[in-house]
Design a protein. Structure first.
Length: 200
């Protein structure tokens, strides 16, 4: 049930964030009214789903058996591995973005960069995402929600950089990499604020 609650929370967060980003026409109160008319119901549905997920997860946590509690006590090491995985991802992105590639540089060697991003997106990021329940157990839903929000921005930006390479949209690659780098470091800032002892 705890994982079901977590799933509802993530779905609700994704839906609410998606529709909250919608920018309608108009100014002031008119814009707010246009926004609510266009996506207000969908946003509220996502928000309610988030709340239901939190309630379900907390209710399940209160019903943990002694065996469950013992298992959770051992989750810190695995959560620690997930933290190190996120730091590894950050180092990978720092390495790529730190090359200060211009569009012309990307155009000269697109395959190598595309392969690096593909490995990041298909091999390294999923390792971190698989440990989401363990990170919630360690840091709580509120901290995790803030962390994963920035992480999702990083993932989308890295995916956009990869897509831009395949589309030969060279101009879009450098800013996407810069955005990914900034977002993953915001995730690390949240992590370090929540667990200073985990800082590298």
């Amino acid at each position: 049930m705890r994982y079901a609650g977590f799933g509802l929370f993530v779905i609700g967060l994704t839906v609410a964030s998606w529709y909250a980003a919608y920018v309608p026409e108009g100014i002031g109160a008119e814009r707010i009214g246009n926004w609510f008319s266009a996506v207000g119901i969908q946003f509220l549905a996502g928000w309610v789903t988030m709340i239901v997920g939190v309630v379900v997860a907390r209710a399940a946590a209160k019903k943990d058996t002694p065996a469950d509690e013992a298992a959770n006590a051992n989750s810190a090491d695995t959560a620690g591995e997930a933290i190190e995985q996120m730091r590894l991802i950050a180092r990978r992105i720092d390495d790529i973005a730190g090359r200060d590639l211009a569009p012309a540089d990307v155009a000269q060697a697109p395959r190598k960069l595309a392969d690096e991003l593909d490995h990041l997106l298909t091999e390294e990021i999923p390792v971190f995402l698989d440990a989401r329940p363990l990170l919630i157990d360690r840091f709580g839903l509120e901290t995790f929600a803030e962390l994963i929000g920035h992480f999702a921005v990083m993932e989308r930006a890295a995916a956009r950089a990869w897509s831009a390479i395949t589309d030969e949209a060279w101009d879009e690659v450098p800013p996407s990499l810069t955005k990914a780098q900034a977002a993953v470091h915001r995730s690390l800032d949240v992590l370090d604020a929540a667990a200073p002892s985990a800082a590298a």
